[in-house]
Write a protein that binds this ligand. Structure first.
Ligand code: FAD
Ligand code: SF4
Length: 565
């Protein structure tokens, strides 16, 4: 807003439309100033307008306020701006330049006040004007105590939506499901999440941990509801009752290359296809989906679910080339030479970290969890070993142990150096693993791999105690002197962490790489130090979650679009 009304006294902005703001507005306007009265709520009047009677006169509050509101509304020098926030104040030439963000007052500018939107509005929220004592629809007209009497949309961001990394409008979709409007609910989810059936199964759902209902009894089953509507649509599609989406019209000239078909790469392809770009995903593996397919076991995430959601994205016009690694034969430079105008690196974190204990490279029977799960997920279902020990406490450790058990290993245990409290795996996964027969040894760590005739026979381990908090915010494990013990095993699966495998980069690639072998990017633009080369997902953060990778994909797609325009 640039106040350019040339009043005698100049322009004045008053922030807050309570009784003090109203009085000040009237005084200043009467003194010849042009007054802008700003309030973040849909109506002015503040607390006084909410009261019944005023002390000491005991007169009805409305009678006293309404006279002032009337004067305000008629005053030629006063402009009321409601449902708006003061966003920025900048000093300019001895005055101020003010930026105001206005929230929408109606669904559509063609609004003729018919009120149909109020009838169908699915969002019921606590009415702030009535101090949350009753519900209102997000779009509403004010009651008789409100001024100005306009349609307004009041919708604060609920904590669950804020916590979800992609900020799905959870309240809206849960409300639509409650009303049986399943297709509409899924459309709301798809606004921010291109993989709803997958997330409905494996998302770590931070939204539920934040859900206020959890204080009362238990959180709303946000993730399970997402799975329900996604599966509902899937069923209809499989029965031929609804089709896959049609390819989007290619309205943009620029082509974009995406390296990796994990959730980050798929999201970039999805978002840019919807914006009219031609996108090609280059995937090194023979299957699409990244860790969804190569890491997460089938019993947690059925393959037909991955295939269907990938098919959905392909139908929008995203090309996926499988067994097509970017590497020595096709470099990032080659992609630019082939005419791609931007490249997104979503290669994930597929290189297991070493335990750094003696003997780990000496014996057969030592297999990193990523290699193990990848083999199984690509079809190798041979029994991995008789006595299997997995080292680590994350989801990949739990998945490896449960997979070994399913493939027929007789004894499967997990060795974790901290206590259960610090274990990063999802608590429900830990419980399920224990119920299935996986033994978890807490506060223990290997110090040497033992072997005979070139084969692993077990490990020398030590007990640990927890010391002070370390850089990760958890208590640091410290070995207990003299507590060594042996564990028998014919297969050891380290699952301690992963980093991006950047061995595909050619000499002189010019990309800035961190000490964890991840890509360094500008957090705001998701661009690496090379113009036109973007990166996101586990390739930047290290091992994280599906929904964080999707969030990174959205940010990168936005940024690529801006870069190309
Ligand atoms: C065992 C396991 C279980 C997990 N369980 C969960 C869970 O329950 N919930 C959850 O939210 N998260 C889970 N995660 C984490 C989650 O899977 C990842 O955070 C997520 O998949 C990262 O997505 P991304 O797109 O960044 O990378 P990825 O999914 O890793 O995809 C990267 C893709 O890039 C490809 N690629 C690599 N290099 C090249 C190259 N040079 N050329 C072409 N392609 C290349 C890879 O083959 C891969 O397909 C789990 C991870 C593992 C390992
Ligand atoms: S994607 Fe995950 S975090 Fe977001 S709403 Fe769904 S379950 Fe919650």
């Amino acid at each position: 807003m640039n106040g350019n009304n040339k009043n005698e006294g100049g322009n004045v902005l008053i922030v807050g439309g309570g009784i003090a703001g109203i009085e000040a507005a009237l005084d200043l306007a009467n003194g010849g100033f042009q007054v802008f009265l700003l309030d973040k709520s849909p109506a002015i009047g503040g607390t006084v307008a909410q009261l019944d009677r005023l002390f000491p006169s005991q007169g009805p509050a409305l009678c006293q306020v309404s006279a002032k509101l009337d004067a305000l509304s008629r005053h030629p020098n006063i402009r009321i701006i409601t449902n708006s926030h003061l966003e920025r104040v900048k000093r300019v030439n001895g005055g101020f330049e003010i930026t105001i963000r206005r929230e929408p007052l109606r669904v559509d500018e063609k609004c003729d006040g018919c009120g149909a939107c109020i009838q169908v509005c699915p969002i019921k929220q606590y009415d702030t004007f009535n101090e949350g004592l009753m519900l209102r629809t997000a779009i509403d007209t004010q009651n008789s105590m409100h001024y100005p009497a306009l349609y307004n949309i009041e919708k604060e961001t609920p904590i669950c939506q804020e916590t979800c990394p992609v900020h799905i409008d959870i309240r809206r979709y849960v409300g639509l499901i409650a009303e049986g409007r399943f297709e509409e609910a899924l459309a709301v989810i798809r606004e921010r999440n291109p993989l709803p059936a997958i997330c409905g199964r494996v998302c770590n759902h931070p939204c539920e941990s934040a859900c206020n209902r959890g204080v009362q009894d238990e959180p709303i089953a946000i993730d399970a509801l997402k799975r329900f509507v996604a599966d509902y649509e899937l069923k209809l599609r499989r029965e031929g009752k609804i089709p896959y989406p049609k390819p989007t019209r290619k309205t943009k000239k620029a082509r974009i290359a995406i390296v990796g078909s994990g959730p980050a790469g798929l999201t970039v392809g999805h978002d840019l296809a919807l914006r009219g770009y031609e996108t090609t995903i280059f995937e090194a593996a023979p299957v699409p989906g990244g860790m969804l397919y190569l890491g997460i076991p089938e019993y947690r995430l059925p393959r037909d679910i991955i295939e269907d959601e990938v098919e959905y994205i392909k139908n929008l016009g995203v090309e996926i080339r499988l067994s097509a690694p970017i590497g020595p034969d096709l470099t990032i430079d080659d992609l630019f030479k082939q005419g791609y105008k931007a490249v997104f690196l979503g290669i994930g974190a597929h290189k297991g970290l070493k335990l750094k204990v003696p003997g780990e490279d000496e014996f057969e029977g030592f297999l990193d969890c990523i290699v193990f799960l990848r083999r199984v997920n690509l079809g190798d279902t041979t029994k991995p070993g008789r006595k299997v020990v997995v080292i680590g406490g994350g989801n990949s450790a739990i998945d490896s142990a449960r997979t070994a058990l399913r493939l027929g290993s007789e004894e499967v245990s997990i060795l974790y150096r901290r206590s259960r409290r610090e274990m990063p795996a999802n608590p429900w996964e830990i419980e399920e693993a224990e119920r299935e027969g996986v033994k978890i040894h807490y506060l223990a760590a290997p110090i040497k791999i033992l072997g005979k005739d070139g084969k692993v026979t077990g490990m020398l381990c030590t007990k640990m105690v927890l010391g002070k908090l370390d850089a990760s915010g958890r208590r640091a494990p410290i070995p207990v002197e003299g507590s060594e013990f042996e564990v028998e095993s014919d297969l050891i699966i380290p699952a301690i962490s992963q980093e991006p495998d950047i061995s595909f980069l050619h000499e002189g690639h010019g990309l800035e790489i961190s000490k964890w072998n991840s890509f360094i990017i500008d957090e705001r633009t998701m661009m690496t130090n090379r113009p036109g080369v973007f990166a996101g997902g586990d390739a930047v953060t290290g091992p994280s979650t599906v929904i964080e990778a999707i969030a990174a994909g959205h940010r990168a797609a936005d940024s690529i679009d801006k870069f190309l325009r």
